[in-house]
Write a protein that binds this ligand. Structure first.
Ligand code: UDP
Length: 391
């Protein structure tokens, strides 16, 4: 099967990092078409995965836009539809990796009769999308997609609850190249020295800087922790969240934490940095669809605390493979950090159990094969493409 992958951004978010791994499996029979240029395009080129940046108008409609903005957004996608339609002639399947890619993919699928697959990596709910965008996504997916690959049970459930067809939706977790994450104790020591973190209890946060990712919750928590607890914030504002970044710096200054918080920006050496941490904190204030950082921390054998909502609930077993705290609960997060610091043997045991669990459940190759089998089933003659639009 030859696959035309579509993705709306050139930035390297979790959806794009996951697609980078998946497209590697099809490198000689796929093309990744992006709606904007950026480091994702360069990463694809580095891995020799065929990729192309399409020309288009700015796609600035936000996840919470209303009816008019939604329709204008759809209209702005038309030049993309024409380009993707041309490209689609050489491929058997159109594979949409993001919501705007789904909208373009659905229109192309309607015109080309090529099967559409939607890799759903978002929780379709009012916490993440406006009513109009929810209806558009569900209507187009129900009408045109033969297969929805949801990145967690939570994502699949939210899709069904919003009106999505249960019969086409399958849950497949993200896969990870487990062996790429082996860091030696000497490397860990060197990394801690370089960042001036010796003798500290280091809590790492690995995520783009965005209000719902809750970096502010972690900063507020360490203000109540012992003075040797420090934070490294890894990630950048990828989608114009500059005001939030300014607020974070202001919060750090106001709480007198300048010596205890390092902003490292976007990094591509995540396993090395995670291994240098004593604890990884995930603090999203809205339900996380999957939470790649949690599995990555587990694979690095670094203990992890996650916000108890969405896909995270499926990844962490509380007090066995990590800790769960209610989203936005500063006091609960403070308590877990202090406990993890005070009981290093328990923390190491939890990290070890998590490592075993993640290495057994999130290997890249079996997950790629599972997705491949699902895609192959969309081309079977029993599959009938429905074109009724029911938004
Ligand atoms: N990440 C990265 N560099 C950074 C910060 C984050 O490569 O500086 C990666 C991180 O390792 C993870 C992804 O970005 O693989 C974030 O995925 P997640 O599912 O946690 O969140 P999303 O971005 O999809 O909302």
């Amino acid at each position: 099967v030859k696959i035309l992958f579509l993705d709306q951004t050139g930035q390297l978010g979790g959806a794009e990092l996951s697609l980078l791994d998946l497209a590697g499996f099809y490198h000689d029979r796929c093309l990744v078409a992006l709606f904007s240029d950026g480091p994702f395009y360069q990463a694809l080129q580095q891995r020799q995965i065929p990729a192309k940046v399409l020309r288009c108008r700015s796609l600035t409609t936000s996840k919470d836009s209303g009816l008019i903005a939604g329709l204008v957004g759809l209209y702005n996608l038309l030049p993309l539809v024409r380009q993707v339609l041309r490209l689609s002639r050489d491929f058997d399947v159109i594979y949409a990796n993001t919501p705007k890619a789904l909208m373009v993919g659905a229109m192309v699928s309607l015109m080309s009769h090529k099967p559409l697959v939607y890799h759903l990596r978002d929780i379709i709910s009012p916490a993440h999308f406006s009513w109009v965008n929810c209806r558009l996504l569900i209507g187009l997916t129900n009408a045109m997609a033969r297969l929805v690959i949801a990145n967690s049970q939570a994502t699949r459930q939210a899709f069904i609850q919003a009106g999505g067809k249960a019969s086409i939706a399958h849950t497949v977790y993200n896969g990870f190249a487990v062996d790429r994450r082996q860091i030696t104790p000497a490397d860990r020591q060197r990394q801690r020295q370089e960042l001036n973190l010796e003798q500290k209890f280091v809590v790492g946060h690995f995520s783009r800087l965005s209000p719902w990712k809750g970096q502010d919750i972690l900063i507020a928590a360490i203000a109540h922790c012992p003075i040797d607890v420090v934070i490294m914030l890894v990630g950048d504002a990828l989608f114009g969240e500059d005001e939030y970044v300014r607020q974070l710096h202001q919060q750090v200054a106001q709480l007198g934490l300048i010596d205890r918080v390092q902003f490292l920006g976007f990094r591509d050496d995540i396993p090395a940095l995670m291994s240098a941490c004593d604890l990884v904190a995930h603090t999203s204030t809205a339900p996380e669809p999957f939470g790649r950082v949690i599995v990555e921390a587990m694979l690095c054998e670094t203990a992890v605390v996650g916000a108890a909502a969405g896909g995270v609930m499926e990844l962490i077993e509380h007090k066995r493979t990590g800790w769960l705290t209610p989203p936005g609960d500063v006091a609960a997060l403070t308590a877990v950090i202090s406990q993890a610091q005070a009981t290093p043997i328990v923390t190491a045991r939890i990290a070890q159990q998590a490592h075993q669990y993640a290495a057994a459940h999130f290997q890249l190759l079996p997950i790629q094969q599972q997705i491949d089998a699902l895609i192959a089933s969309t081309s079977s003659p029993n599959h009938e493409l429905t074109t009724t639009l029911c938004i």
